[in-house]
Design a protein around this ligand. Structure first.
Ligand SMILES: [Fe+2]
Length: 251
């Protein structure tokens, strides 16, 4: 292969990004210690936050799980954890803004919270929700409907990770978006961290301009290394430069 063609080839497969600062902020991670399956200690939290700062994030909105029977977190627990992490960030002199909302698992326990308008939100009443990875629930559409008719803007976490939504025509995703739901891609899906199916779905969603938000969903250091790997991927460059990406609504 000649010099020219090898340069050309290289340009095809490697991105021009040096970090992820173009995203503006991160809106999905698990960095409050000891309350879900993310950071276990305050030291973990600080190490991960330093890693994110090195990747170019100056604002981190973390999102502990709220899942009935799994992670029985409340806004009070989350906000008090946020304040402890903020304190540690300050002590360490890390130049990063830190806030918290939640990642709600969608099941029937969401209904009283919708009615009481007690969900944790960010920006103009955005709420982050996740679904089962194993089984499609036929109630999902009605939960979306209840959220939206009560004034919430729904952000669906990692749509590419739900195998029952995978199809060549992206029909399931089109229906969800038609309902008014925003789609949030996990960066590590692009590196194949969650399997080839999730990677293919992620790339197809990007190719069809269907992604609204991009986030790390960072849980631990192993995960951080996959996110670092994403910087060199052409699909990462493509989504970071997508002009309708909505991350910055939370700046
Ligand atoms: Fe998450």
């Amino acid at each position: 292969m000649g010099l020219f063609s090898s340069l050309f080839k290289k340009k095809e497969v490697v991105s021009n990004l040096t970090d992820l600062s173009g995203l503006g902020l991160d809106l999905h991670s698990h960095l409050i210690p000891g309350i879900d399956d993310g950071a276990k200690t305050l030291e973990d939290s600080i190490m991960l936050i330093k890693g994110m700062r090195q990747l170019g994030f100056k604002k981190i909105i973390t999102s502990p799980h709220i899942m009935s029977g799994g992670y029985n977190n409340t806004p009070e627990i989350i906000l008090s954890g946020r304040d402890k992490v903020r304190e540690a960030i300050k002590e360490q002199g890390i130049d990063v803004e830190f806030d918290a909302w939640a990642e709600y698992y969608l099941d029937e326990t969401i209904m009283p919270k919708i009615e009481k308008h007690s969900l944790m939100t960010m920006g103009d009443k955005y709420v982050l929700v996740e679904l089962s990875y194993l089984m499609k629930s036929f109630s999902t559409t009605s939960y979306f409907y209840s959220l939206i008719t009560n004034g919430y803007k729904v952000v669906l976490a990692h749509p590419e990770r739900y195998p029952y939504y995978h199809s060549d025509d992206l029909d399931e995703y089109k229906m969800i978006k038609d309902q008014g739901v925003f789609l949030q891609l996990n960066i590590a899906s692009l590196t194949g961290t969650y399997g080839q199916g999730a990677r293919n779905a992620a790339e197809k969603l990007i190719d069809n301009n269907m992604i609204d938000f991009v986030a790390t969903d960072l849980h631990n250091t192993r995960h951080l290394s996959y996110i670092k790997d994403s910087v060199k991927l052409p699909y990462m460059e493509k989504i970071i430069n997508y002009d309708k990406l909505m991350n910055k609504v939370f700046l």
